[in-house]
Design a binder for this molecule. Structure first.
Ligand code: ADP
Length: 596
């Protein structure tokens, strides 16, 4: 169904989405959800019960009942109120604050697990990515709110029913009139609801824009670009435009809903006048109602007016939440397309690309790529930026799947292996390597540190040429990296972070190592030492380099020169130089720089 069509049945859709959110809440913490709904029920009942007692006390006074009876009714009312207030205080002051955090923890964790599972290609779709970030940031508030809304809705419904039930005991005609008013009021509110729903859809689009701009100015990632380019000017203009549209939408909303509010208020006023006249007549002229009934009818009609408004506003909120729930559903219902097979990869023997083509979107970024590498060999992908080298390594790791052709490991299609066993055999230093908010040791191990792993960590760091830096760190391998968690955490330089990422590969016994520009942030001496480290650690292992450094390409078994997604030359450094092709030109250009 198209989105437009879906929007024509806002109520049904909102209901479904809210049920979806409730299911998440219920599956995370059943008890808390039930307690909240029970709370709603008792708060609602309290409305009916309180006017029931007031009715009885006033009538007793009117009838001239004994003081003992009146005190009994007042006592019962006090007991009920006390029990209710105790439950209320227990729930909000003790139960909810304590359980809420656990509830949030469970919801967040399920989101984290899902986020680790989705395909990398999801990050390439801006709409999905925006919704994904939004879902992650707001999931706890929104899911808790959905439960609250339902609790409040139950409260308002139970209150309305109990109030009408009490009036029934006073006068059925008044009960019928009040009920009729409630129905008409509800219809007006439903109209209003549709207006709010369309407003929320419109605002959602506008919010997304302004939200992006707000992020742009607040995130550290953009801070450098903001200072060095004029991109902020365009965004500021766009921000003004978006905010103007938001203001216009707001005014339109207020005019439309204000008109309907006026109609509802007018009807409510008519109802009060009718009750005053009708019940006044019965009280003063025919004497068929007592003062309690008169008071209760008036109070109940006012109460009901508020309750109707309350119910409607809950529906409005549910509609709003439904838009959010859409994002959460999209995110949680996205099934990873990259799924593992059945075979467990136990030992790596060979990797072969057979006529592989690949497109991120429509256009192929790799075309007909074929090569083979055997265990223990080292190969290098070279070529200009955008030629497809990194993409090729992403296909090896199954971060994406080929569009055409096949990738074989040990002669078997890579898709047949379980993802865990496949990725366990591979270690990678990515071009955009990341260091986490954890200790040096945990960063290298990628898991919790124990004393017996000390040697592995130290040796990996040493081979990654981080040894000198390490001796300068007061807490050695227990130094906290980044200042995300600790104000006294250590922020490393780009080159030092890269060494940590390299040490991570050295610390694991991966059989196939992928190194995407491993020395891009290193100085020449560190680069030389790193090559020594690689020689030591990668003995007998298969290594795929992406590099522009001749110090690396000179020593590999084969070089594959990429251009516009194709392999245009392959062979050893000497062979390619003799051939005098594109690789040779690149080599010459680089060599000139050093000679000049
Ligand atoms: P190289 O590593 O040789 O510099 P890449 O493999 O990173 O090249 O990129 C090859 C092409 O694919 C480039 O045109 C690049 O813009 C494009 N590309 C890379 N990543 C993505 C992506 N996530 N979505 C769309 N296009 C991409």
């Amino acid at each position: 169904m198209s989105d437009k069509k879906k929007d024509k049945v806002p109520f049904k859709r909102a209901l479904k989405n809210n049920i979806y959110m409730l299911k998440i809440a219920y599956n995370s913490d059943k008890r808390m959800v039930i307690m909240r709904l029970v709370m709603g029920f008792f708060t609602g009942l309290n409305h009916g019960v309180s006017i029931f007692f007031i009715n009885e006390i006033l009538n007793a006074l009117d009838r001239g009942d004994s003081l003992g009876y009146i005190f009994t009714v007042v006592g019962l009312m006090g007991l009920y109120t006390l029990a209710y207030e105790l439950y209320f205080a227990w729930y909000y002051k003790l139960y909810f604050p304590y359980h809420k955090l656990n509830f949030i923890r469970l919801i967040h964790k399920s989101f984290f697990v899902k986020a680790s599972d989705i395909d990398l290609s999801c990050y390439d779709t801006p709409e999905f990515y925006n919704d994904f970030i939004y879902s992650m940031q707001n999931c706890d508030k929104s899911i808790t709110k959905t439960v609250d809304q339902l609790g409040d809705l139950i409260r308002a419904l139970v209150a309305s029913i109990s109030v009408v039930a009490v009036i029934l005991t006073v006068d059925p005609i008044i009960a019928a009139v009040i009920f009729g008013f409630a129905v008409v009021d509800m219809i007006i509110r439903l109209f209003q609801n549709g207006i709010y729903y369309r407003y929320n859809i419109k605002m959602n689009e506008l919010w997304r824009k302004s939200w992006y701009i707000e992020r742009f100015f607040s995130l550290a990632d953009y801070a450098k670009e903001i200072r060095l380019t004029d991109v902020k000017e365009n965004l500021l203009i766009e921000y003004d435009k978006t905010m103007l549209e938001q203001r216009r939408a707001e005014v339109r909303l207020e005019i439309k809903t204000g008109g309907l509010n006026f109609l509802a208020a007018f009807l409510g006023y008519g109802l009060t006048v009718f009750i005053l006249l009708f019940m006044g007549y019965k009280l003063m002229v025919t004497g068929t109602v007592l003062i309690g009934g008169f008071t209760v009818a008036i109070t109940a009609s006012w109460k009901l007016k508020h309750l109707m408004y309350d119910i409607q506003s809950k529906f409005v909120e549910m509609n709003k939440d439904s838009l959010y729930a859409d994002k959460v559903r999209k995110f949680l219902e996205t099934e990873p397309q990259i799924k593992g097979g059945e075979i467990v990869l136990t030992e790596f023997e060979s990797l072969e690309f057979k006529n592989v083509s690949f497109a991120y979107k429509e256009e192929n970024v790799l075309e007909n790529v074929s090569f083979k590498v055997d265990k223990g060999e080292r190969i290098a992908f070279v070529g200009y930026n955008g030629a497809g080298k990194t993409t090729t390594t992403k296909l090896i790791m199954r971060l994406y799947d080929v569009t055409e052709g096949e990738i074989l490991i040990n002669g078997i299609n890579i898709k047949e292996y379980t993802l865990e066993s496949l990725r366990e055999k591979m270690g990678a230093v990515f071009q955009d390597y990341k260091v986490f908010a954890a200790t040096v040791a945990e960063n290298v191990l990628g898991e919790l540190y124990t004393n017996e792993k000390e040697k592995t960590v130290l040796s990996a760091l040493d081979d990654a040429t981080f040894g000198d830096k390490l001796t300068g760190l007061e807490n050695g391998i227990h130094t906290e990296l980044t200042r995300e968690f600790y104000d006294n955490g250590t922020n490393l330089s780009g080159g030092e972070n890269q060494k940590i990422a390299i040490a991570r590969v050295f610390a694991h016994n991966n059989e196939l190592i992928i190194m995407d520009e491993p020395s891009s942030a290193l100085d020449p001496i560190a680069e030389y030492n790193l090559n020594v480290g690689i020689d030591k650690n990668a003995k007998g292992k298969t290594v795929v380099f992406i590099t522009h450094r001749l110090s690396t390409t000179r020593h590999v078994n084969r070089i594959y020169m990429f251009e516009k997604g194709k392999i245009i030359e392959s062979g050893s450094h000497e062979e390619l130089i003799r051939r005098g092709g594109k690789y040779c030109q690149m080599f010459e250009l680089q060599a000139q720089k050093y000679r000049a």
